[in-house]
Design a protein around this ligand. Sequence first.
Ligand SMILES: *[C@@H]1O[C@H](CO)[C@@H](O)[C@H](O)[C@H]1NC(C)=O
Ligand SMILES: *[C@@H]1O[C@H](CO)[C@@H](O)[C@H](O)[C@H]1NC(C)=O
Ligand SMILES: *[C@@H]1O[C@H](CO)[C@@H](O)[C@H](O)[C@H]1NC(C)=O
Length: 344
Amino acid sequence: MRALGTLSFLFLLWSAVAVPVHEPSAGALEVPGTKCSIIDNRREWRDLTTEQRSKYIDAVKCLHKLPPRDKTRAATTRFEEFQATHILLTDRVHLVGHFLPWHRHLGTLYGRALQEECGYDGPTTYWDWTRDDMNLPLLNSPIFDSVTGFGGDGVEGTYTLPSDPTNQTGIFPFPGQQASKIWKGCVQDGPFRDWVVHLGPGRMNTAHCLVRGVNEFMRSAYTVASVENVLGSKTFESFRLIIDRLPGVHGGGHAMVGGEMTNTYSAGADPLFYLHHGGLDRLWWKWQQADPTNRLYAISGPTTQRGRDNVTLDFEIDFPALGPNITVRDTMDSSLYPNCFTYE
Ligand SMILES: *[C@@H]1O[C@H](CO)[C@@H](O)[C@H](O)[C@H]1NC(C)=O
Ligand SMILES: *[C@@H]1O[C@H](CO)[C@@H](O)[C@H](O)[C@H]1NC(C)=O
Ligand SMILES: *[C@@H]1O[C@H](CO)[C@@H](O)[C@H](O)[C@H]1NC(C)=O
């Protein structure tokens, strides 16, 4: 009892003194694993009001005007800082057990930046590909609308991939797809038509337009039946593998948007990266919610691409320049800090 008393006294002292000293922001109250005071009810792009969509786009543009927090790295804006973190960690966070946890937290940090740094007051949004009419071209999706969406396709002949052989690594290996067709050209309509990104392609740092090469390739991965099939996975291991398998429901979305989205490293140049990954995260969330007792904290898969050790809940994941390290456990229950979201 006495030891316990001392411990809780020390804990009180720690919470009273240490936390405010190290975390002067509102984040001081956000102890991982505790209940959230506000829940972000994430909503699909077409379920946002027109005003919310326009505010979301404005916030993305705002993020790309803000300076990076860490000026020692290659990112020239706060938006690029998220892309830069993904580029830096690509080989550590893909085809591994913490692929979904890491991308979940990246999406949370990005959504929070739009809200806290750029005044977006709507829900975090995602892309549910199954809602696009399979009988119509993909470009008919409201996602690609030039007024209430992210703009459409790239224009052929307006962009040439630089020919640096070392840094262009990471283009998804889609069978039979030529790089020149996938990297079609600069997006010239919609809110990002004048967009300049300074990171990519791959690990190169070049100033270039937003490149897309929208195509129907892989749409079969996004029928209601294919997605139901993914959700039917019995174990986290089979769920993880079916999401990550190339080309599958993860790579497929990257391939359909084309351009920079097809580069494993620099895909985050396209704001659609976060809508696509939001869609994947929602699948994971739905899979967890279907049997929370067994699935909420289910995790497996290698800690490194070539390793044999499995990721555990205590495995630490990092987000250089974006936020503190957390553990895989911290990402599992979306209703607890640091997540604080649900899907409608
Ligand atoms: C190639 O990538 C490295 C990091 O891997 C970077 O330091 C270098 O600047 C890149 N080269 C170009 C031409 O972008
Ligand atoms: C890792 O997890 C998989 C799937 O659950 C399992 O088959 C494998 O034996 C585990 N590997 C190790 C080294 O524990
Ligand atoms: C965060 O994680 C990275 C990668 O595991 C590690 O190198 C770094 O030391 C950690 N930072 C802190 C503050 O623990």
